[in-house]
Every structure is written in structure tokens, then in C-alpha cells.
Design a protein around this ligand. Structure first.
Ligand code: 3PG
Length: 385
């Protein structure tokens, strides 16, 4: 893949696709991790004297109409603060953008354009005509083959990977393609069904697979344990059994249960063999958390996606907290990704002690599934041409 940092950008029209799809509330950005992650790329292009045009989507608005609630204006304002320079937001940018060398503009939400999602060729060609160099830097959207991620890369005079995309691919490659051993993956979250392919793919690669949350309940049921009223996908028990035959999955020996799912539910620690029919498992127990923490200590590489308990409620957060601390304390190369995981990383204040935090949600999962990301594949193709 061609990399942006290998190109001379001076005076060039540089179109950079970022993933600035961040949460916005009352016109304000409420979590700016993705915007911050894009800053080094944008600064590099500005310092190199490029005429910088930034693209992103926000939310999932209807195509073909302007929708104030999905406008990138809050992102433009926030970016201006972080970059300490004006960031004009250009509403109608498809027919041409005026930007001086060393200056930057943000183009309004790419998903307002008809044809964006279906990767329309005419639309992609219009985008490509805006630039001398197209930079794909939106790792978080690299699993989407859309006009601003994939199509434009086919037709732009030059198409390359930006520093953020390159860093994501390097880190994920290091974790999964040539990992320091043992490689331990933690896959938590509510449902096996949403992560089945991730579990199947990781089962082929990792030395230990730790499952947590509702996912663990299905594995407990697959091992013949009673899970009471817990979230559990009984139809996926055969799939869970198959996965458990391929890789060592340390199952919880104790759990934290409650009689209902609520913020003030009383938490009770039980041995996994004592779970009753009215119990809901909402966290791993302390003994299990210690065992998991010990595995983190010995790991050479840790891949983390998903909490092991309902950590939004403090009384069911101890398992996820102990794991988070163990990952932070570990000497392993550690990588974390996904919305809930990053919320846990923030809650327990360990962001600085994880080797790499991915900006990808769906893209991170697809990478773990072993899939080729279309917006990366097109760059590889262009590099061969
Ligand atoms: C994400 O938040 O996962 C990405 O920005 C992709 O958004 P999408 O799922 O709406 O394509």
C-alpha cells in the first residue's frame, strides 16, 4: 500500500477520508476520540503545504437531502478548537472546493449525497475529480465499500493510506498475524449471534479465548450448566460447543447474579453450580476474575473486545474492572476496540496503558473475523496497478 507519509503533498489537492462519526448531543461532540485520532494525519498534511479537504460521514441520514441533525457542523467546531485554526464546513462541495495550500476545509456529511452507500461510480468520479491525492484514513469505515471510502480510491489520480489507517493495520497485524505468544483474546458482550464469526475466526488463532457477558452464558449452557434467567442463546449452543472443541475457553467458576436487570439490583456472588432458575448472571465472580487476570499476566499478546459483565452498573463491574487493570498491568502487546470496550477503558482510566486502542467498531470486528476490508483492498489493488 502506498502511504501518505511517502508522498510530496506540497500544493497538492489532498482529499482525506476520515471517520469523524462521533456521538453528538445538543450540537456538541460528546466523545472526541476519533477526532483526536485523526489530528496527526491532518497536521501532517497541513504542514506539508497541502490543500486539505476532509470527508466524513456522521450517522445514517437519508441520502439526497440535507438533514440538520446529521450535519458535521459540531464536528467542524470541535476540530477547529483542537487544531487551533478555522475549519470552514463546505455544504456543496461536489462541484469543486476552493482551498489554499496549508489550509483545511471539512466537507459536509458524505451520506447526504445520493449514491454514497451503494458506491455509485459517477459520484465516486466526482469526488476523485476534486483531488490530486486521495487519502483513506477512516479505519472505522474501511469495512464499508461506499463512494467516499472505496469508489473514490479507484478513480483518484493517486490513492494512499493515511497514518491512522496505517497504524491501525500495523497494530492489528502485529496482534493477529505474527503475535507474541501466548495470544489471548477476550470477547465479551451480550450475544454470541453478533460475534459468532469473530469467535469462530479467533478460535483458529488464539491460545486462550476468554468469553464474557451474555456470550459466556451461552458457553456455560453449552457445558451443561444452569444459567437460570440469564441472557443466553439456546439455539447457538451447538455452535458454541464446536468453538469450544477448537480452543481452550476458561469458563467462569463463580458469577455475580441478581434477580432482575436494573441499576439498583442486589448483586450476589455464587458458585456457577449454585445458579438458580430465577438468577440472572450479570458479571463474573471474584475467583474467575483472578484466574482471567493471571492469564493476562502470562500473555504475550492480548486482543480485547467486549466487557465481561454489565459494567455500566457498578455492582456488576468488578469483573470487567479487574480484567481491565490486568490488561493495563500486563507486559503483553495489548489491543482494544469496540464501543463498549472503549467505554470500559475510559471508565477504569487505563487508556494510556493499552498498547493500541482501535478507532474501529464494526471494522475492528470484521478485521478480527479475518475479513478483507474493501477500502483497504482497493488501496492494495491501486498499489499494484
Ligand atoms: C462506525 O461507527 O462503526 C463507523 O463509523 C461506521 O458507521 P456505519 O455502521 O453507519 O457505516
Amino acid at each position: 500500500i502506498l502511504r501518505m507519509t511517502d508522498l510530496d503533498l506540497n500544493g497538492k489537492r489532498v482529499l482525506i477520508r476520515e471517520d469523524l462519526n462521533v456521538p453528538v448531543k445538543d450540537g456538541k461532540v460528546t466523545s472526541d476520540a476519533r477526532i483526536r485520532a485523526a489530528l496527526p494525519t491532518l497536521r501532517h498534511a497541513l504542514e506539508a503545504g497541502a490543500r486539505v479537504m476532509v470527508l466524513s460521514h456522521l450517522g445514517r441520514p437519508e441520502e439526497g437531502v440535507f438533514d440538520e441533525s446529521a450535519s458535521l457542523q459540531p464536528v467542524a467546531d470541535h476540530l477547529a478548537t483542537l487544531l487551533e485554526r478555522p475549519v470552514p464546513l463546505v455544504r456543496d462541495w461536489l462541484d469543486g472546493v476552493d482551498v489554499a495550500p496549508g489550509e483545511l476545509v471539512l466537507c459536509e456529511n458524505v451520506r447526504f449525497n445520493k449514491g454514497e452507500k451503494k458506491d455509485d461510480e459517477a459520484l465516486a468520479k466526482k469526488m476523485a475529480a476534486l483531488c490530486d491525492v486521495f487519502v483513506m484514513d477512516a479505519f472505522g469505515t474501511a469495512h464499508r465499500a461506499q463512494a467516499s471510502t472505496h469508489g473514490v480510491a479507484r478513480f483518484a489520480p493517486l490513492a494512499c493510506a493515511g497514518p491512522l489507517l496505517a497504524a491501525e493495520l500495523d497494530a492489528l497485524g502485529k496482534a493477529l498475524q505474527a503475535p507474541a505468544k501466548p495470544l489471548v483474546a477476550i470477547v465479551g458482550g451480550a450475544k454470541v449471534s453478533t460475534k459468532l464469526e469473530v469467535l469462530e475466526s479467533l478460535a483458529e488463532k488464539v491460545d486462550q479465548l476468554i468469553v464474557g457477558g451474555g456470550i459466556a452464558n451461552t458457553f456455560l449452557a453449552a457445558a451443561g450448566k444452569q444459567v437460570g434467567k440469564s441472557l443466553c442463546e439456546h439455539d447457538l449452543i451447538p455452535a458454541a460447543q464446536k468453538i469450544a472443541e477448537k480452543v481452550h475457553i476458561p469458563l467462569p467458576m463463580d458469577v455475580v447474579v441478581a434477580s432482575e436487570f436494573s441499576a439498583d439490583a442486589e448483586a450476589v456472588v455464587k458458585s456457577v453450580d449454585e445458579v438458580g432458575e430465577n438468577d440472572m448472571i450479570l458479571d463474573v465472580g471474584p475467583q474467575t476474575a483472578h484466574v482471567f487476570a493471571a492469564l493476562m499476566k502470562e500473555a504475550g499478546t492480548i486482543v480485547w473486545n467486549g466487557p465481561v459483565g454489565v459494567f455500566e452498573f457498578d455492582q456488576f463491574g468488578a469483573g470487567t474492572e479487574e480484567m481491565a487493570q490486568a490488561i493495563a498491568d500486563s507486559n503483553a502487546f495489548s489491543i482494544a476496540g469496540g464501543g463498549d470496550t472503549l467505554a470500559a477503558v475510559d471508565k477504569y482510566g487505563i487508556a494510556d496503558r493499552i498498547s493500541y486502542i482501535s478507532t474501529g467498531g464494526g471494522a475492528f470486528l470484521e478485521f478480527l473475523e479475518g475479513k478483507t476490508l474493501p477500502a483497504v483492498a482497493v488501496l492494495q489493488q491501486r498499489a499494484k496497478d
